[in-house]
Design a protein around this ligand. Structure first.
Ligand SMILES: Nc1ncnc2c1ncn2[C@@H]1O[C@H](COP(=O)(O)OP(=O)(O)O)[C@@H](O)[C@H]1O
Ligand SMILES: [Mg+2]
Length: 295
């Protein structure tokens, strides 16, 4: 059911509803609708952290995420990678999808992307140039299960990984558990494909981080991408290098909210977010868009 809340006097889309389309999937942040062999991916203003959806939304978030993702998908396609991306232009989407009624939905504007439907590979392809978060924990607790890493000055938070990025996949499940390359191979059931994913992701991160550093004024510290098969070809799906799916330097990502949760000792529970914190997150995501020149 359509649910639009108010935060700091602004609309936040907590749940979408498109009565004339079939709901294909409801994720933590996005609702995905089916239009023949395409998917209409609607980014809501929901915020999830440590796999839990918060009770309060973030004004503008779905629009900011869509702008960030679309920018990178267009760039990535130009660099020769296959992706699911078709368009983020509502008029083009209406044309390709043959669905004029979408134009009547005011709340949809700016937060929708048309993609090709993929057979999802249930792995989160994470790469890291620097050590943060769960990577630091894994090193500290002796549970690092990926290629060995070195860093000048020691393996501590923020350290730059020598010859990075390092590939540190997780399982795409309720809990996003970390998995070794061999576990990832078992999940995928195809060693050659697993190797391709590792190599492609590493290459993608290098190209995108170089572009971000040289042209956009920020560094990609780490991030995750997802893959699926479209017409038998390995393709990037979902979202790319957004404030939800990556960490940046300077950091304009969800990490700032995770820190607020940790500082307030809130662990894996859904809470109401104070308006000023919600606006702070909103402003950060917006500022990331501004850095990318997509506002
Ligand atoms: N091209 C695609 N084909 C099929 N599924 C996709 C495609 N792009 C994204 N998805 C899926 O749609 C969902 C997007 O919603 P999201 O809120 O990110 O969900 P999640 O809670 O799984 O992270 C994800 O589960 C993602 O795997
Ligand atoms: Mg997701």
């Amino acid at each position: 059911m359509l649910r639009i809340d108010k935060v700091a006097g602004k609309d936040v889309l907590m749940e979408s509803e498109i009565p004339f389309l079939k709901l294909f999937k409801k994720g933590k942040v996005r609702e995905v609708y089916e239009i023949k062999d395409h998917l209409l991916i609607v980014a809501t203003d929901r915020l999830s952290a440590f796999d839990v959806i918060m009770k309060t939304g973030i004004p503008g978030k779905g629009v900011y995420l869509t702008k960030q993702s679309s920018y990178w998908f267009k760039f990535i396609e130009k660099e020769g990678f296959k992706t699911h991306f078709v368009s983020d232009d509502i008029n083009e989407i209406v044309e390709v999808a043959g669905e004029k009624r979408l134009l009547d939905l005011d709340w949809l504007k700016g937060r929708v992307m048309l993609g090709k439907k993929a057979e999802v590979i249930p792995v989160e392809a994470v790469c890291r140039f620097r050590l943060y978060g769960s990577a630091v924990t894994a090193l500290e607790t002796g549970t690092w299960i990926w290629d060995p890493v070195e860093a000048e000055g020691g393996l501590k938070a923020g350290a730059v990984i020598k010859d990075g990025p390092v590939f540190t996949p997780t399982e795409k499940s309720e809990t996003d558990d970390k998995i070794s390359f061999d576990q990832m191979t078992d999940i995928i059931g195809d060693r050659k494909l697993a190797l391709t994913i590792k190599e492609k992701t590493t290459e993608l991160f290098k190209i995108c981080n170089k572009h971000a550093t040289e042209h956009l004024g920020f560094e990609i510290a780490d991030g995750k991408v997802e893959y699926g098969m479209i017409d038998g070809q390995l393709s990037l799906i979902d979202e790319t290098f957004t404030s939800d799916s990556a960490r940046f330097i300077p950091d304009k990502s969800k990490e700032v909210f995770r820190k607020w949760l940790t500082d307030n000792n809130i662990k894996k529970v859904s809470v109401e977010i104070p308006e000023d914190i919600s606006m702070m997150v909103s402003d950060l995501y917006k500022s990331q868009c501004a850095d990318m020149g997509v506002l």
